[in-house]
Write a protein that binds this ligand. Sequence first.
Ligand code: GTR
Length: 431
Amino acid sequence: MKNQYPFLAFLIAIFLFAECSVKNTEKAIKANHDESKVPSYTLPNPLTMSDGSNVTTTEDWVNKRRPEILALFESEMYGKFPERYIEITYELLGESQEAMSGLATRKEIRVHFANGGQKSQMDILIYLPKDAPQPVPVFLGLNFNGNHTISNDPWITITDSWARNSKGSNINNNLASEAPRGSSAKRWPVGDILKRGYGLATIYYGDIDPDYHDGFQNGIHPLFYKNEQTKPYPGEWGSIGAWAWGLSRAMDYFEQDKEIDKQRIAVIGHSRLGKTSLWAGATDQRFALVISNDSGCGGAALSRRKFGETVAVINTAFPHWFCGNFKKYNDNESSLPLDQHMLIALMAPRPVYIASAQEDEWADPKGEFLSGKNASSVYNLFGLEGMPADKMPAVNQPVMGTIAYHMRTGSHGLTPYDWEQYMYFADKHMK
Ligand code: GTR
């Protein structure tokens, strides 16, 4: 009898191992990283109207097809911004003429949002080069961990908004701390940006909507609920929508700041915030140039390729990012009335830069390139060159038409190399 125990343990071990590998296999099936397993697919033609007619003039694109595509992205993917008046006021929190060792002026604008008793706020941190002729062009981007993490500048205000707990950053009870000041400085080469004659404006994305699923009870969403409404309707904005909306509210502020050139604002974002910068560029044509850094699924990557992260995977891990209707397309990409090349096309005729990283297979670099490629027909309609390459360029070989693309070496991240290309591209189009 005694001898049966090791045998039993052996059987249990085999069972657990089998369970485990089933789960791993499930994961592996969900995330395909094999180009030969990309399903065959047909992309909707950005220049074919829903009634089947062809778009042959820029007028028809601007007045008919563009609104049709935008409405599809609103109802099926990112959700529509609610239309309701809320009160918005600006407060100058602080200002310095001697920031960044005298290179820049710094100001912090607190934007107050209010609807009756409900309130919310976001802080825009702005550096402007002192030597550049005003009004200056500006890069605007959301940051992941708080404005004070983008630079060691000791004067940057620490957010009061929800922050992700982190031992390393000494964040407990979701309250931001002093510890990570400057910890994201590598992603934000403020000095280089200023020396090139650009300003930099940034906002902590958690000021607009904390990035976790709470049924949309915190952040900006509740200020827009009507009557008995307790969460957004299935075709209304999720968190990406809210973050993009926040970028537009920063744009509203720029429009009334004489030091900033509202005609030359480039909106930039990395990863989930790259999805956001694209959606901001699509919904708000005041942004003169749009940059997607490693935005991947739900950003620049084509959904139909199902390479790396898929619609089902992203909707499961981040149910709050997109609108309720987007869940219909889990494992059902072929029924999408759109794909991400049409999102890129919504930028036309404005310049747009799509960037990938070689090791970032999760974000499907090839799918990101193909989005730009397949948006080119719309740029051509405007007499512009879209993506100036038929095939994916080699690593670290940027191609720049009015649509630009590069795949740099390395992994998921926003690096000085990426910034270097964006500034060069901005010099070409905004200077
Ligand atoms: C990942 C997510 C990606 C990307 C990334 C990020 O977990 O799967 O879609 O957005 O996060 O934002 O860093």
